[in-house]
Ligand binder design. Structure first.
Ligand code: NAD
Length: 419
């Protein structure tokens, strides 16, 4: 962990912040240079990453420092354009610290690949037959990814359902595949496509869809933390936070914004580590609706001591290998900064960061309101946009906050007056 606490860290000039992280993570001079270089992703590499490339798009990396997860302290890189979320995430970790930070459990690293068949002569009979052939299906699946098997992964089970549709009964086969340290989309898609002809033969039907499901219900992460009431300003704030959080559990309009607050931490870390943020977002939101009504991913309760117990449960399909993780110059460095060894550990830190930020957000929402913190971040961004530096920058930020007028026009006006 950096030698300074998270508040002091945030006030350091950026070079000193960087130096603390470099020292803490044991980064080399080359790795430090990569972090500072907006062009470290070369045009040649970018051109191979996606289609029709014409340039590169840069965002800042902010550090949420000192997040303790299962006893180990992590510095967490976040790639985002939104002010206040990085500090909010650190602040949640600070509030959780007196009771040991965040504690997690997972259901492992099992992904689902779906094969949907139509025109199956006897769907219920076909379902039974597919299950009878599990060993043969597993052998074929595993043969398609010997590297994954070498790392302890491979097919671990089968589920089969029949579902009525306008085209007759669909037979839906789920291949459950342990993808270990890979997110696993490519791995399981290859298996689904490779095994589909065998399943067609077994069922007598026709395989239409063969692809991963992002609703990764066998790759859940749960994280929890206890926040002593003194950290929140007393039991009445605990009550207000619980009520605010419960609003999100019962109302989908509020749940959408509550979960967006969680994704404010999750998505930036997923991006920083080279993972697929659309896959993660799809997984989290579909899990939030899995019970039939879209709801909150978290629970906040008051315990017998009047302290706050908070918890989250969500899928987290991320990897430390695969995709662009090894080829994007910054992804590996950010993983090194986080100090995570496995995909499971990475997922645990990401989900804990989501809970940490939402905890800070609910504290603000239940007390001062969100705008106070947000506007401070916004004021900094606007003062920078109008070209203010040094003392002038600080004065413009302070004036906008004091006058409760945080807009580009006012920043320009103050800049013209004060420069
Ligand atoms: P991948 O195929 O690049 O890498 C995974 C492979 O790495 C494994 O199959 C295995 O052979 C190998 N491997 C080496 N060491 C391993 C270890 N320790 N643990 C596990 N595997 C190890 O990538 P992937 O993870 O299969 O797929 C991720 C990519 O798929 C992402 O880029 C994502 O954007 C993309 N994708 C996503 C979707 C979706 O989410 N719906 C669909 C298609 C593709």
């Amino acid at each position: 962990m950096p030698t300074s606490d998270f508040v002091t860290f945030s006030k350091l000039p950026y070079e000193e912040r960087l130096n603390e992280i470099v020292k803490d993570a044991g980064l080399t001079e080359e790795e430090k240079a990569v972090l500072q270089d907006a062009n470290s992703l070369s045009m040649a590499k970018a051109d191979k990453m996606i289609d029709n490339v014409i340039g590169r798009y840069t965002l800042p990396i902010g550090m949420a420092v000192g997040l303790r997860v299962n006893g180990k302290v992590h510095n967490v890189p976040m790639v985002t354009e939104e002010p206040s979320v990085v500090l909010g995430c650190s602040y949640g970790g600070y509030m959780a610290e007196p009771k040991g930070g965040f504690f997690t459990s997972t259901t492992g690293s099992v992904m689902i690949a779906q094969i949907m068949l139509l025109n199956v002569p006897c769907p219920e009979n076909a379902k039974a037959k597919v299950l009878e052939h599990e060993a043969e299906i597993k052998e074929l699946c595993d043969s398609l990814d010997p590297v994954l098997v070498r790392f302890g992964g491979g097919m671990v089970g089968l589920d089969v359902r029949t579902v009525p549709s306008s085209k007759g009964a669909m037979v839906i086969v789920h291949l459950k595949v342990d993808t270990r340290d890979a997110m696993g989309a490519n791995a399981v898609n290859t298996m689904a496509e490779g095994v589909a002809p065998l399943i067609e033969k077994i069922t007598g039907g026709e395989a239409y869809t063969r692809i991963l499901s992002n609703l990764a219900v066998h790759r859940l992460v749960r994280s929890r933390a206890t926040i002593v009431k003194e950290m929140l300003g007393g039991e009445s704030t605990v009550d207000r936070i619980c009520a605010t959080a419960e609003f999100a559990e019962v109302d989908p309009f509020r749940a959408a914004t509550h979960n967006k607050g969680i994704m404010n931490a999750i998505t930036p870390i997923v991006i920083a580590t080279g993972n697929d943020f659309r896959a993660v977002e799809s997984g989290c939101h579909s899990y939030a609706a899995y019970g039939g009504q879209y709801t909150s991913l978290t629970h906040f309760e008051k315990n017998a001591d009047g302290d706050l117990e908070c918890s989250i449960e969500t899928p987290m399909a991320v990897g430390t290998v695969g995709g662009v993780i090894k080829s994007h110059p910054m992804a590996g460095i950010n993983l090194k900064i986080m100090g995570v060894e496995t995909a499971e550990e990475l997922a645990s830190v990401i989900v804990s960061a989501g809970l940490s930020l939402e905890l800070s957000a609910l504290r603000s929402l239940a007390t001062d309101g969100m705008q106070k913190g947000f506007l401070a971040g916004q004021a900094r961004s606007l003062a920078e946009q109008v070209g203010a530096e040094g003392e002038l920058y600080e004065k413009i930020v302070a004036k906008m906050i004091a006058d409760k007028k945080v807009s580009l026009e006012y920043a320009q006006e103050l800049f013209a007056q004060m420069k």
